[in-house]
Design a protein around this ligand. Sequence first.
Ligand code: ZN
Length: 384
Amino acid sequence: MEKQDQLLMKKQNKNLVLEIIRNQSPISRMEIAKVIGMSPTSITRIVNELHIQGYVRETELVTSGVGRKAALLDVCDDVLYTIGIELDKLIIKIGIVNYVGEIVAWKSVEREAFEDYNETLDKVNLNLKVLIDINRIPTEKIIGIAVGLPGLIDYKKGVVMVSDQLKWKNVNLADDLKQLTQFDVIVDNELKMKIVAENFKGMTKDSRNAVLVGIGSGIGSAIILNGEIYRGETNNAGEIGHTVIDPTGNVCHCGKVGCLATYISEGAILTDSRKVKEIGSIDDVFDSYRNGESWAINILDRTSTYIALAISNILCLYNPEVIILSGNTIEKLPEIKEAIEQKCELYIWEPIKESVKIVYSQLSDRGVVLGAAIQAQNLLLNIE
Ligand SMILES: [Zn+2]
Protein backbone atom coordinates (compact mmCIF):
# COMPACT_ATOMS: atom_id res chain seq x y z
CA MET A 1 0.00 0.00 0.00
CA GLU A 2 1.24 3.50 -0.88
CA LYS A 3 2.17 5.77 1.99
CA GLN A 4 -0.55 8.27 0.99
CA ASP A 5 -3.22 5.55 1.04
CA GLN A 6 -2.05 4.37 4.44
CA LEU A 7 -2.36 7.87 5.87
CA LEU A 8 -5.81 8.33 4.37
CA MET A 9 -6.99 5.02 5.77
CA LYS A 10 -5.62 5.86 9.19
CA LYS A 11 -7.51 9.16 9.12
CA GLN A 12 -10.74 7.45 8.02
CA ASN A 13 -10.47 4.85 10.76
CA LYS A 14 -9.91 7.54 13.34
CA ASN A 15 -12.97 9.49 12.26
CA LEU A 16 -15.00 6.28 12.21
CA VAL A 17 -13.94 5.28 15.74
CA LEU A 18 -14.82 8.75 17.01
CA GLU A 19 -18.24 8.65 15.35
CA ILE A 20 -18.97 5.26 16.92
CA ILE A 21 -18.00 6.54 20.37
CA ARG A 22 -20.24 9.59 19.90
CA ASN A 23 -23.20 7.54 18.68
CA GLN A 24 -22.94 4.54 21.00
CA SER A 25 -21.34 5.88 24.16
CA PRO A 26 -20.66 4.71 26.75
CA ILE A 27 -18.80 2.00 24.88
CA SER A 28 -15.68 -0.09 25.61
CA ARG A 29 -12.65 -0.48 23.35
CA MET A 30 -13.58 -4.14 22.92
CA GLU A 31 -17.07 -3.30 21.67
CA ILE A 32 -15.68 -0.75 19.19
CA ALA A 33 -13.31 -3.39 17.86
CA LYS A 34 -16.27 -5.72 17.35
CA VAL A 35 -18.38 -3.05 15.61
CA ILE A 36 -15.72 -2.11 13.05
CA GLY A 37 -13.94 -5.42 12.82
CA MET A 38 -10.48 -4.12 13.71
CA SER A 39 -8.02 -5.54 16.21
CA PRO A 40 -8.31 -4.37 19.85
CA THR A 41 -4.67 -3.22 19.62
CA SER A 42 -5.44 -0.88 16.72
CA ILE A 43 -8.51 0.47 18.53
CA THR A 44 -6.48 1.11 21.68
CA ARG A 45 -3.88 3.04 19.65
CA ILE A 46 -6.56 5.16 17.93
CA VAL A 47 -8.40 5.82 21.19
CA ASN A 48 -5.14 6.94 22.81
CA GLU A 49 -4.61 9.48 20.03
CA LEU A 50 -8.20 10.71 20.34
CA HIS A 51 -7.74 11.01 24.09
CA ILE A 52 -4.57 13.10 23.72
CA GLN A 53 -6.34 15.34 21.18
CA GLY A 54 -9.14 15.90 23.70
CA TYR A 55 -12.00 14.19 21.83
CA VAL A 56 -12.69 11.27 24.15
CA ARG A 57 -12.61 10.49 27.84
CA GLU A 58 -13.00 7.44 30.03
CA THR A 59 -16.17 7.39 32.08
CA GLU A 60 -16.68 4.38 34.30
CA LEU A 61 -15.36 0.90 34.83
CA VAL A 62 -17.58 -2.08 34.20
CA THR A 63 -16.92 -5.73 34.85
CA SER A 64 -16.79 -7.54 31.56
CA GLY A 65 -17.48 -10.91 33.16
CA VAL A 66 -14.01 -12.41 32.78
CA GLY A 67 -12.44 -10.69 35.74
CA ARG A 68 -10.74 -7.55 34.41
CA LYS A 69 -12.67 -4.33 34.46
CA ALA A 70 -13.10 -2.46 31.20
CA ALA A 71 -13.23 1.31 30.94
CA LEU A 72 -16.09 2.84 29.02
CA LEU A 73 -15.50 5.69 26.62
CA ASP A 74 -17.46 8.82 25.90
CA VAL A 75 -16.80 11.90 23.79
CA CYS A 76 -15.92 15.23 25.42
CA ASP A 77 -18.95 17.46 25.06
CA ASP A 78 -17.15 20.78 24.68
CA VAL A 79 -14.34 19.73 22.34
CA LEU A 80 -16.22 21.21 19.39
CA TYR A 81 -19.44 23.00 18.43
CA THR A 82 -21.59 23.23 15.33
CA ILE A 83 -24.29 25.72 14.39
CA GLY A 84 -27.71 24.53 13.27
CA ILE A 85 -30.00 26.97 11.50
CA GLU A 86 -33.61 26.62 10.40
CA LEU A 87 -34.97 29.11 7.90
CA ASP A 88 -38.70 29.38 7.37
CA LYS A 89 -41.08 31.90 5.91
CA LEU A 90 -41.63 33.86 9.14
CA ILE A 91 -38.91 32.68 11.48
CA ILE A 92 -35.17 32.09 11.71
CA LYS A 93 -33.91 29.70 14.42
CA ILE A 94 -30.27 29.40 15.40
CA GLY A 95 -28.77 26.88 17.81
CA ILE A 96 -25.21 26.23 18.95
CA VAL A 97 -24.81 22.51 19.63
CA ASN A 98 -22.01 20.71 21.46
CA TYR A 99 -20.43 17.41 20.49
CA VAL A 100 -22.93 15.28 22.39
CA GLY A 101 -25.87 16.92 20.66
CA GLU A 102 -26.98 19.35 23.36
CA ILE A 103 -28.23 22.76 22.31
CA VAL A 104 -26.10 25.09 24.47
CA ALA A 105 -27.36 28.38 23.01
CA TRP A 106 -30.57 29.26 21.18
CA LYS A 107 -32.10 32.25 19.47
CA SER A 108 -35.09 32.72 17.23
CA VAL A 109 -35.70 35.84 15.18
CA GLU A 110 -38.67 36.94 13.11
CA ARG A 111 -38.47 37.06 9.35
CA GLU A 112 -40.71 39.06 7.04
CA ALA A 113 -42.68 37.05 4.47
CA PHE A 114 -41.15 38.96 1.56
CA GLU A 115 -37.76 39.63 3.09
CA ASP A 116 -34.91 40.01 0.62
CA TYR A 117 -32.36 37.17 0.43
CA ASN A 118 -29.42 39.34 1.50
CA GLU A 119 -31.42 40.88 4.32
CA THR A 120 -32.14 37.40 5.72
CA LEU A 121 -28.48 36.43 5.44
CA ASP A 122 -27.36 39.60 7.23
CA LYS A 123 -29.89 38.90 9.96
CA VAL A 124 -28.55 35.35 10.37
CA ASN A 125 -24.95 36.56 10.50
CA LEU A 126 -25.62 39.34 12.99
CA ASN A 127 -27.67 37.19 15.37
CA LEU A 128 -25.21 34.33 15.15
CA LYS A 129 -22.32 36.60 16.15
CA VAL A 130 -24.30 37.93 19.12
CA LEU A 131 -25.18 34.39 20.19
CA ILE A 132 -21.55 33.24 20.03
CA ASP A 133 -20.39 36.34 21.97
CA ILE A 134 -22.87 36.30 24.82
CA ASN A 135 -22.39 32.59 25.37
CA ARG A 136 -18.59 32.91 25.14
CA ILE A 137 -18.24 30.06 22.65
CA PRO A 138 -14.60 29.91 21.41
CA THR A 139 -14.89 30.40 17.63
CA GLU A 140 -11.92 28.12 16.97
CA LYS A 141 -14.01 25.25 18.36
CA ILE A 142 -16.87 25.88 15.89
CA ILE A 143 -16.37 23.58 12.92
CA GLY A 144 -19.21 24.80 10.74
CA ILE A 145 -22.83 25.64 10.03
CA ALA A 146 -25.66 23.60 8.57
CA VAL A 147 -28.89 25.15 7.33
CA GLY A 148 -32.22 23.36 6.93
CA LEU A 149 -35.00 24.97 4.94
CA PRO A 150 -38.11 24.01 2.98
CA GLY A 151 -37.53 23.63 -0.75
CA LEU A 152 -35.61 21.78 -3.42
CA ILE A 153 -31.94 21.80 -2.54
CA ASP A 154 -28.80 20.82 -4.42
CA TYR A 155 -27.10 19.73 -1.22
CA LYS A 156 -23.80 18.90 -2.92
CA LYS A 157 -23.40 22.49 -4.13
CA GLY A 158 -25.28 24.10 -1.24
CA VAL A 159 -27.66 25.74 -3.71
CA VAL A 160 -31.34 26.40 -3.01
CA MET A 161 -32.90 25.63 -6.38
CA VAL A 162 -36.33 26.74 -5.31
CA SER A 163 -38.05 27.50 -2.02
CA ASP A 164 -41.68 28.60 -2.35
CA GLN A 165 -41.91 29.48 1.35
CA LEU A 166 -38.84 31.74 1.30
CA LYS A 167 -39.45 32.94 -2.28
CA TRP A 168 -35.89 32.06 -3.27
CA LYS A 169 -34.73 30.62 -6.56
CA ASN A 170 -31.23 29.46 -7.53
CA VAL A 171 -29.30 31.06 -4.68
CA ASN A 172 -25.93 29.76 -3.57
CA LEU A 173 -26.70 29.80 0.13
CA ALA A 174 -23.66 27.79 1.26
CA ASP A 175 -21.15 30.06 -0.49
CA ASP A 176 -22.89 33.31 0.42
CA LEU A 177 -23.25 32.42 4.09
CA LYS A 178 -19.66 31.21 4.25
CA GLN A 179 -18.53 34.55 2.83
CA LEU A 180 -20.39 36.37 5.60
CA THR A 181 -19.63 34.16 8.57
CA GLN A 182 -16.27 32.63 7.58
CA PHE A 183 -17.54 29.20 8.64
CA ASP A 184 -17.99 26.20 6.33
CA VAL A 185 -21.68 25.82 5.46
CA ILE A 186 -23.82 22.89 4.35
CA VAL A 187 -27.44 23.18 3.23
CA ASP A 188 -30.22 20.63 2.96
CA ASN A 189 -33.97 20.24 2.99
CA GLU A 190 -35.41 20.76 6.49
CA LEU A 191 -37.00 17.30 6.79
CA LYS A 192 -33.74 15.59 5.82
CA MET A 193 -32.06 17.55 8.63
CA LYS A 194 -34.87 16.68 11.04
CA ILE A 195 -34.64 12.93 10.47
CA VAL A 196 -30.91 13.14 11.30
CA ALA A 197 -31.89 14.49 14.74
CA GLU A 198 -34.55 11.79 15.16
CA ASN A 199 -31.99 9.13 14.29
CA PHE A 200 -29.38 10.60 16.64
CA LYS A 201 -31.46 11.05 19.78
CA GLY A 202 -35.14 10.98 18.86
CA MET A 203 -37.89 8.55 17.97
CA THR A 204 -35.93 6.53 15.40
CA LYS A 205 -32.68 6.30 17.35
CA ASP A 206 -30.57 3.52 15.85
CA SER A 207 -33.30 2.57 13.38
CA ARG A 208 -31.97 1.47 9.97
CA ASN A 209 -35.22 2.04 8.08
CA ALA A 210 -37.38 4.98 9.01
CA VAL A 211 -39.56 7.66 7.46
CA LEU A 212 -40.39 11.09 8.85
CA VAL A 213 -43.47 12.84 7.54
CA GLY A 214 -43.92 16.60 7.90
CA ILE A 215 -47.47 17.93 7.88
CA GLY A 216 -47.88 21.68 8.13
CA SER A 217 -47.59 24.59 5.71
CA GLY A 218 -45.72 22.19 3.43
CA ILE A 219 -46.10 18.43 3.03
CA GLY A 220 -43.06 16.21 2.66
CA SER A 221 -41.09 13.32 4.05
CA ALA A 222 -37.52 12.17 4.64
CA ILE A 223 -36.42 8.59 4.36
CA ILE A 224 -33.64 6.59 5.98
CA LEU A 225 -32.87 3.32 4.21
CA ASN A 226 -30.23 0.93 5.54
CA GLY A 227 -29.02 3.62 7.92
CA GLU A 228 -28.49 6.30 5.23
CA ILE A 229 -30.61 9.23 4.07
CA TYR A 230 -32.25 8.16 0.82
CA ARG A 231 -32.06 11.11 -1.59
CA GLY A 232 -32.92 9.69 -5.00
CA GLU A 233 -31.27 11.01 -8.16
CA THR A 234 -31.85 14.74 -7.52
CA ASN A 235 -32.35 14.87 -3.71
CA ASN A 236 -36.14 14.97 -4.18
CA ALA A 237 -37.00 11.52 -2.82
CA GLY A 238 -39.74 11.93 -0.23
CA GLU A 239 -41.60 14.85 -1.83
CA ILE A 240 -44.93 13.19 -1.16
CA GLY A 241 -46.80 16.52 -1.27
CA HIS A 242 -46.88 16.20 -5.03
CA THR A 243 -48.02 12.61 -5.27
CA VAL A 244 -51.37 12.68 -7.06
CA ILE A 245 -54.29 11.29 -5.11
CA ASP A 246 -57.13 12.52 -7.33
CA PRO A 247 -56.55 13.26 -11.02
CA THR A 248 -59.82 15.21 -11.10
CA GLY A 249 -59.08 17.08 -7.90
CA ASN A 250 -57.69 20.46 -6.82
CA VAL A 251 -55.14 22.40 -8.85
CA CYS A 252 -51.72 22.56 -7.16
CA HIS A 253 -49.33 25.52 -7.36
CA CYS A 254 -46.88 23.13 -9.05
CA GLY A 255 -49.21 23.06 -12.06
CA LYS A 256 -50.55 19.55 -11.61
CA VAL A 257 -54.03 18.50 -10.57
CA GLY A 258 -54.86 16.54 -7.43
CA CYS A 259 -51.58 16.68 -5.47
CA LEU A 260 -51.73 15.48 -1.84
CA ALA A 261 -50.61 18.92 -0.61
CA THR A 262 -53.78 20.49 -2.00
CA TYR A 263 -55.80 18.41 0.50
CA ILE A 264 -53.78 18.44 3.71
CA SER A 265 -51.45 21.46 3.80
CA GLU A 266 -52.31 24.42 6.04
CA GLY A 267 -52.97 26.49 2.93
CA ALA A 268 -55.41 23.90 1.61
CA ILE A 269 -57.23 23.66 4.94
CA LEU A 270 -57.49 27.48 5.06
CA THR A 271 -58.77 27.74 1.48
CA ASP A 272 -61.55 25.25 2.18
CA SER A 273 -62.39 26.77 5.57
CA ARG A 274 -62.78 30.23 4.05
CA LYS A 275 -65.50 28.88 1.77
CA VAL A 276 -67.58 28.48 4.92
CA LYS A 277 -66.44 31.11 7.39
CA GLU A 278 -64.18 34.13 7.66
CA ILE A 279 -61.01 32.67 9.09
CA GLY A 280 -57.83 34.51 10.08
CA SER A 281 -55.31 31.77 10.68
CA ILE A 282 -55.03 28.00 10.91
CA ASP A 283 -55.40 28.29 14.70
CA ASP A 284 -58.98 29.55 14.16
CA VAL A 285 -59.78 26.40 12.18
CA PHE A 286 -58.38 24.21 14.95
CA ASP A 287 -60.39 26.18 17.54
CA SER A 288 -63.57 25.68 15.51
CA TYR A 289 -62.80 21.95 15.37
CA ARG A 290 -62.46 21.84 19.15
CA ASN A 291 -65.73 23.78 19.49
CA GLY A 292 -67.47 21.06 17.53
CA GLU A 293 -68.32 23.16 14.47
CA SER A 294 -69.36 20.65 11.84
CA TRP A 295 -67.63 22.31 8.86
CA ALA A 296 -64.26 22.18 10.69
CA ILE A 297 -64.87 18.58 11.72
CA ASN A 298 -65.67 17.68 8.10
CA ILE A 299 -62.57 19.36 6.69
CA LEU A 300 -60.18 17.90 9.28
CA ASP A 301 -61.83 14.50 9.02
CA ARG A 302 -60.96 14.54 5.34
CA THR A 303 -57.44 15.73 6.24
CA SER A 304 -56.90 12.79 8.60
CA THR A 305 -58.18 10.38 5.93
CA TYR A 306 -55.66 11.63 3.39
CA ILE A 307 -52.84 11.58 5.96
CA ALA A 308 -53.67 7.95 6.76
CA LEU A 309 -53.73 7.10 3.04
CA ALA A 310 -50.34 8.77 2.57
CA ILE A 311 -48.95 6.79 5.51
CA SER A 312 -50.26 3.50 4.15
CA ASN A 313 -48.73 4.25 0.72
CA ILE A 314 -45.35 5.13 2.26
CA LEU A 315 -45.40 1.88 4.25
CA CYS A 316 -46.01 -0.16 1.09
CA LEU A 317 -43.16 1.61 -0.73
CA TYR A 318 -40.45 1.54 1.94
CA ASN A 319 -41.55 -0.94 4.61
CA PRO A 320 -39.90 1.08 7.40
CA GLU A 321 -39.54 0.00 11.01
CA VAL A 322 -40.78 3.36 12.27
CA ILE A 323 -42.77 6.21 10.77
CA ILE A 324 -42.66 9.54 12.62
CA LEU A 325 -45.34 12.15 12.18
CA SER A 326 -44.27 15.73 12.75
CA GLY A 327 -45.13 19.29 11.82
CA ASN A 328 -47.39 22.11 12.82
CA THR A 329 -50.70 20.38 12.19
CA ILE A 330 -49.79 17.44 14.43
CA GLU A 331 -48.28 19.68 17.12
CA LYS A 332 -51.04 22.28 17.20
CA LEU A 333 -53.90 19.80 16.87
CA PRO A 334 -52.88 16.69 18.83
CA GLU A 335 -56.53 15.59 18.70
CA ILE A 336 -55.99 14.63 15.07
CA LYS A 337 -53.63 11.80 16.11
CA GLU A 338 -56.48 9.56 17.23
CA ALA A 339 -58.37 10.09 13.96
CA ILE A 340 -55.24 9.31 11.93
CA GLU A 341 -54.55 6.16 13.95
CA GLN A 342 -58.10 4.88 13.56
CA LYS A 343 -57.91 5.33 9.81
CA CYS A 344 -54.45 3.77 9.62
CA GLU A 345 -56.00 0.74 11.28
CA LEU A 346 -58.33 0.48 8.23
CA TYR A 347 -55.93 1.38 5.44
CA ILE A 348 -52.54 -0.15 6.27
CA TRP A 349 -51.87 -3.33 4.39
CA GLU A 350 -52.05 -6.35 6.73
CA PRO A 351 -48.62 -7.93 5.96
CA ILE A 352 -46.83 -4.79 7.22
CA LYS A 353 -49.22 -3.61 9.90
CA GLU A 354 -47.64 -5.59 12.73
CA SER A 355 -44.03 -4.63 11.99
CA VAL A 356 -44.34 -0.85 11.88
CA LYS A 357 -44.49 1.65 14.73
CA ILE A 358 -46.29 4.93 14.16
CA VAL A 359 -44.87 7.57 16.50
CA TYR A 360 -44.79 11.34 16.94
CA SER A 361 -41.76 13.58 16.99
CA GLN A 362 -40.78 14.73 20.49
CA LEU A 363 -38.21 17.26 19.30
CA SER A 364 -40.92 19.92 18.81
CA ASP A 365 -39.67 23.12 17.19
CA ARG A 366 -35.98 22.31 17.68
CA GLY A 367 -35.68 19.21 15.50
CA VAL A 368 -34.43 20.90 12.33
CA VAL A 369 -31.80 22.99 14.14
CA LEU A 370 -30.55 20.01 16.12
CA GLY A 371 -30.46 17.72 13.07
CA ALA A 372 -28.62 20.34 11.04
CA ALA A 373 -26.00 20.71 13.76
CA ILE A 374 -25.54 16.92 13.99
CA GLN A 375 -25.27 16.72 10.20
CA ALA A 376 -22.58 19.43 10.32
CA GLN A 377 -20.65 17.20 12.75
CA ASN A 378 -21.14 14.19 10.45
CA LEU A 379 -19.96 15.98 7.34
CA LEU A 380 -17.54 18.69 8.44
CA LEU A 381 -15.53 17.05 11.21
CA ASN A 382 -12.37 15.62 9.74
CA ILE A 383 -9.68 15.06 12.33
CA GLU A 384 -6.08 14.36 11.44
ZN1 ZN B 1 -48.21 19.65 -6.78
